[in-house]
Design a binder for this molecule. Structure first.
Ligand code: GLU
Length: 292
């Protein structure tokens, strides 16, 4: 495979694409400007990074209803730690924040959206695991969460998953927490919806006793609940959050891992955390990138 380089030059204002004529075996040379940064970047010809950088846009799947990680407010702009991680990756491609196309991914459509090309990457509280690795690739982890339980504040009956027998437990289709309850607590009655916010009203009105997902997602709902909800007990799984991308794209995966490692080293990962999830969750544990 040829390894000539394309230059993707980031600069100011209008996009400028210069294409030198190629003839015979001569290699076409292209350079393009992409808004958003002032770094000189070089990406291997034919790579996803080169294609995205030249396009000047990236489509990122994220959650729209999870405070602290991915939440769309009244202004329609998503915010949260996942969103900041997405912006960080885009900026390293020379893509400005305003040129990112955000698409809502719920838990169950993350793999299909990556496989179908509706998104370039998914940054959506997305646990890296072996079953999913059969379908998509993961860069990361960029954070490690853990499954937990959320109940009404006056409920002291449930403090661990061992208390779930006979209880109505709400979670989300296609999520690892729902799978974990099915596999390990068959005496619980699992109720699933498309998104975690769909579980909140049933919890309030007693249709379900518990909501289960990752501790950091639940912490966002607790923080917004005005004392109505609480986390019950401790986390009982590990959920390493990865950036989902196309299965075969090892080059892109490796490059995103480089971006994450650099962000951890230069403090931008911590800045992103502190500006979002860190406001409620405090200091994070720094993850170790897993280049499987
Ligand atoms: N991290 C878990 C998962 O990827 C739960 C959170 C979610 O559904 O986004 O399934």
């Amino acid at each position: 495979m040829r390894t000539s380089l394309k230059l993707a030059v980031t600069g100011i204002a209008a996009a400028l694409v210069l294409t030198a004529c190629s003839s015979g075996d001569a290699e076409p040379e292209e350079s393009s400007t992409a808004g958003g940064g002032d770094e000189m970047m070089e990406f291997a010809e034919g790579s996803t990074m080169a294609a995205l950088s030249e396009a000047g846009t990236i489509t990122i799947g994220t959650k729209f209803d999870q405070p602290l990680f991915g939440l769309v407010g009244p202004d329609g702009v998503p915010e949260g730690f996942d969103v900041e991680i997405g912006k960080l990756i885009a900026s390293k491609l020379g893509i400005a924040e305003g040129d990112i196309e955000w698409i809502e991914t719920v838990s169950a459509n993350r793999e299909p959206f990556i496989e179908g090309g509706q998104v370039d990457i998914v940054v959506a509280t997305y646990t890296i695991n072996d079953a999913r690795k059969e379908i998509v690739s993961f860069a990361g982890p960029y954070y490690v969460a853990g499954q937990a339980l959320m109940v009404l504040s006056d409920n002291d009956d449930i403090t661990s998953p061992d208390d779930l027998a006979g209880k109505n437990v709400c979670s989300v289709e296609g999520s690892t927490p729902a799978q974990y309850i099915t596999d390990n607590y068959p005496d619980a009655t699992l109720v699933t919806f498309a998104a975690y916010t769909d579980c909140l009203e049933p919890l309030r009105n007693g249709q379900v006793d518990v909501v289960t997902t990752d501790n950091v997602i639940l912490a966002g709902y607790v923080a917004d609940s005005d004392g109505e909800f609480k986390i019950a007990g401790e986390q009982f799984t590990e959920e390493p959050y990865g950036i989902g991308l196309a299965l075969e794209d090892d080059e892109f995966r490796s490059w995103i891992n480089d971006v994450l490692e650099e962000a951890i080293d230069d403090g931008s990962w911590l800045d992103a955390w502190n500006a979002t999830a860190g406001e409620v969750l405090g200091d994070p544990v720094v993850p170790t990138i897993d280049r499987y």
